[in-house]
Design a protein around this ligand. Structure first.
Ligand code: ADP
Ligand code: MG
Length: 249
């Protein structure tokens, strides 16, 4: 078996430096990691530790200053913006804290948009079946403003899954939700890994959310400083407290 084929995401010594002389910030300071296909990883760390930068560099929404990113064995680089955009559309899904749905489009139109943008056949039947899976089969023609926050995030998850991406990145996907909606969203993310074999990388500051993942990676000051397999909310919370003491926040 070729193990590299099983690898959904690889980062090699990724650095991201913002600003220039006088206001230079090293947001990522040499991050290396490899995640197998079909895994669910949570990324935690104090505010400003580089979590969002890590996600954006890994998802091709931002470019590392140094280092390499591979998604599904292919390097996320080279070419221009157009090539990067195509790469993202084919292999990557993204879920944002604030849903980022287009307000003038219906639920169905929001979910099929990534297929349109990628120039792929707009398979409404598949879009409908994904929307049924996330519990919104009876909301296809509603607009985002007519849905609760939890429902909007479930639309966003359907939109992220419709292209069958290799990796789905989620930045605080439950950060704007009440406890019950958060639980539903986490269950859906978990299901997309367990049942459909997607690979998920989720930034969160919530130990309960993190406990839904297979492993947690801890970031501090732009570096990976810890890893926990089979996390429980209690162990994650305890580790975060110690991490906070370590970096003095
Ligand atoms: N566009 C930017 N320009 C300058 N500095 C930035 C930018 N984005 C993030 N940073 C800085 O990089 C560091 C990491 O930010 P971020 O990745 O957003 O952290 P987190 O998501 O863990 O809170 C912070 O010090 C932040 O201020
Ligand atoms: Mg952030």
């Amino acid at each position: 078996m070729n193990t590299s084929m099983e690898e959904a995401l690889r980062l090699e010594a990724v650095r991201r430096v913002y600003g220039g002389d006088g206001n230079r910030v090293t947001a990522l300071d040499g991050v290396s990691l490899a995640l197998p296909a079909g895994s669910f990883t949570a990324v935690m760390g104090p505010s400003g530790s580089g979590k969002s930068t890590l996600l954006q560099c890994a998802a091709g929404l931002d470019r590392p200053t140094e280092g390499r990113v591979y998604v599904d064995g292919a390097e996320l680089a080279g070419g221009g913006e157009a090539a990067l955009t195509r790469f993202r559309r084919e292999r990557i899904g993204f879920v944002f804290q604030r849903f980022n749905l287009l307000p003038t489009l219906t639920v169905m139109q929001n979910v099929t948009l990534p297929l349109k943008l990628a120039g792929r056949r707009v398979d409404r039947r598949r879009a409908r079946s994904i929307l049924e899976r996330v519990g919104l089969g009876d909301r296809l023609h509603h607009r985002p403003a007519e849905l609760s926050g939890g429902q909007q995030q479930r639309v966003a998850i359907a939109r992220a899954l419709v292209t069958e991406p290799k990796v789905v990145f989620a930045d605080e996907p439950t950060g704007a939700l009440d406890t019950r909606s958060a639980r539903e969203v986490l269950a859906l993310l978990q299901e997309s890994v367990r049942v459909y074999g997607r690979t998920i990388v989720m930034v969160t500051h919530d130990p309960v959310a993190a406990s839904h993942a297979d492993q947690v990676l801890f970031l501090a000051d732009g570096r990976l400083v810890g890893r926990m397999a089979a996390p429980t909310a209690e162990r994650v919370a305890e580790h975060m407290t110690r991490l906070g003491e370590l970096v003095g926040v």
